[in-house]
Design a protein around this ligand. Sequence first.
Ligand code: NI
Length: 138
Amino acid sequence: MANLVRFGVSLEKELLDKLDALKKRKGYPTRSEVIRALVRQEEVKRQWQEGEEVVGAVTLVYDHHRRQLIDKLTDIQHHYGHCIIASQHIHIDHHNCLEIIALRGSPSQLQELADRLRAVKGIKHGALTMTTTGRQLV
Ligand code: NI
C-alpha cells in the first residue's frame, strides 16, 4: 500500500458503534478497511455524477421463451454497441436466463442503456452495478 498515512478520527459513540456494526456485518478485517471502502464508494459515485468515463455491469433475468423480448434486447445492445465490452449468457434453468453485460462509457449513456434494457417488457429483474475504471482509486 503506497503512502500509508495514520490519522486520528473523532466520532460520536453512536457513529462508532455503527461503524463497528458495518465492519462486522460486511466482514471487513479492520475499521481502516471500512473507511477505505466508504471513501472508494463515494469516489465511484462522484465519477458517475461528474461525467468521467466509467465502467459497470447490467444483470438481467428473463424467460427465454419470450422471443420478442430477446429481439428487443438484441436491438438495444446493437444500438449501444460502442458502450458494450462483453456479455455473457447463462441458462439458469428450463425457463430463465441470466445475462451479464459489461459496459464502458459516459455515465449518462450507461445509465440510459441500463434503463432501456431494464424497461423491456418481460424482464424479471434488472440491475446496474456502477463502478469505475479504477483511475484515481487506491
Ligand atoms: Ni438462456
